[in-house]
Design a protein around this ligand. Structure first.
Ligand code: HAM
Length: 420
């Protein structure tokens, strides 16, 4: 016997019936984003490593220690995408999409890869549902993108989720703040956690969202980014908040929210769910006004978000989940000695009439066919016995009510449609 091979650590098989939930979530995303004028984009899973180094940033955790990077057979350094904003910006530049009507609004759904320690809600292959709006700098774009995100989550049935919102300012405000923060932190160097001490050198802003209590104590007296904001950045943020107020979106301003990717400017946000423990962010996003230019394109702004689909599904409201898993309402079985091929034929007639149907494929007793149908959540069982077969009839049993009726085979589709 051969050795059993397991899925790679941190990756998962998504199996039926659970996959029905994923399909339903993705269908809802397509419909909701479509209503806002977003179209799907599909970029490659493999990218030039340099793309992420230049966009996400060298000093970030993602680039520093989480990327699946390898040399291909010609020695080129490739990386399995850890996120897709960089890929979308690259595609925008590569295809000269600044010439298309702007803003360009796109969404994507697919696997991403990060070499993290696997645990609940954290995988090495995980799925993101993301949206990006490129080519518009106004606060209405931030506002409408957030409205779309909140609408999507509420269609899924989420209640009580709160958007955590902040602004990290434009590049100048951020640079000024970096200096101010460093000046404040330097004298406290010894009181910081080892991680944060390292970040003093590489990425001091990231110290702000440290989870370490020692860092929290030091940060209590730290200057706030808002004191360093340019007038334009402050006005932009104000306008975004006003829009969210107008539409009744629940949000809190989190002055220390900075997010772990270097390309962010101005608006940043995330949504957390308590059901997930430490891995609690189900959505992250923000504006990236310098990214397209950084990747060799025009100086055009952008904003977007990505939802962690694995995490979203872990905390998905039960009602949406169970409706998504409802299986075929109709099953067809032949009663021996009538052949199971007859069940397939009747099921085919139903499918031709646009009615989904399950056919019992093996010659089984009615009892075991009924048991299987019941387990599959079937409501209507269509039975074809010898008598029915010879008279062109079928028997329809309502498994919920326990009633049954014999009707003409030609009327079956209409009968089921009427009874639903
Ligand atoms: P991010 O915050 O790195 O942002 O990831 C977005 C979401 O992906 C997270 O909130 C989380 O739900 C999910 N996620 C990340 N890593 C994992 C993992 N190892 N396992 C499961 N889920 C995970 C971005 O990726 C940005 N590209 C978002 C964005 C789009 N910003 C602007 N546009």
């Amino acid at each position: 016997m051969g050795r059993k091979i397991q899925a790679v650590k941190g990756t998962r098989d998504l199996l039926p019936p659970e996959t029905a939930v994923w399909v339903a979530v993705e269908r809802t995303a397509r419909e909701t984003f479509g209503a806002y004028g977003y179209s799907e984009i599909r970029t490659p899973i493999l990218e030039d490593t340099e793309l992420f180094v230049r966009s996400v940033g060298e000093s970030t955790d993602i680039v520093g220690k989480e990327m699946y990077t390898f040399a291909d057979r010609k020695g080129r350094s490739l990386t399995l995408r850890p996120e897709s904003t960089a890929s979308v910006a690259r595609a925008f530049v590569q295809h000269g999409l600044h010439r298309a009507p702007l803003p360009l609004k796109v969404f994507y759904i697919g696997p991403h890869f990060r070499y993290e320690r696997p645990q609940k809600g954290r995988y090495r292959q995980f799925f993101q549902i993301g949206a990006e709006l490129l080519g518009d700098a106004g606060p209405q774009s931030d506002g409408e993108l957030l409205l779309m995100l909140v609408r999507f989550l509420s269609v899924l049935g989420f209640e009580g989720l709160v958007v955590r919102l902040n602004t990290v300012g434009d590049e100048e405000s951020r640079e000024a703040y970096r200096k101010g923060l460093l000046e404040y932190l330097e004298p406290h160097r010894e009181a910081l956690s080892p991680d944060s001490r390292r970040r003093l050198e590489t990425n001091p802003l990231r110290i702000l969202d440290s989870k370490d209590p020692a860092d929290h104590r030091v940060l209590e007296g730290a200057p706030q980014l808002s004191e360093f904001l340019s007038a334009e950045s402050a006005a932009h943020f104000e306008a975004v908040c006003t829009m969210l107020d107008r539409h009744g979106v629940a949000y809190t301003v989190e002055p220390r929210l900075v997010r772990g990717l270097d390309y962010y400017t101005r608006t940043v946000f995330e949504i957390i769910s308590e059901g997930l423990g430490a891995q609690d962010a189900i959505v992250g996003g923000g504006r990236y006004d310098g990214l397209i230019e950084e990747l060799g394109g025009q100086a055009l702004p952008g904003i977007g978000f990505a939802i962690g689909e694995d995490r979203l599904i872990e905390v998905l409201p039960e009602k949406f989940r169970s409706e998504a898993m409802m299986s075929s309402a109709v099953a067809v079985a032949a009663v021996p000695p009538v052949s199971a091929a007859e069940a397939v034929a009747v099921a085919e007639e139903l499918r031709s009439e646009n009615l989904p149907a399950l056919a019992e494929l093996a010659d089984r007793s009615v009892r075991s066919a009924l048991k299987r149908a019941d387990r599959a959540g079937v409501q209507w069982m269509v039975l074809i016995g010898e008598q029915e077969q010879s008279t062109g009839m079928v028997t329809v049993r309502d498994l919920e009510q326990g009633t049954q009726e014999t009707i003409s085979r030609g009327d079956l589709a209409n009968y089921l449609r009427r009874s639903r």
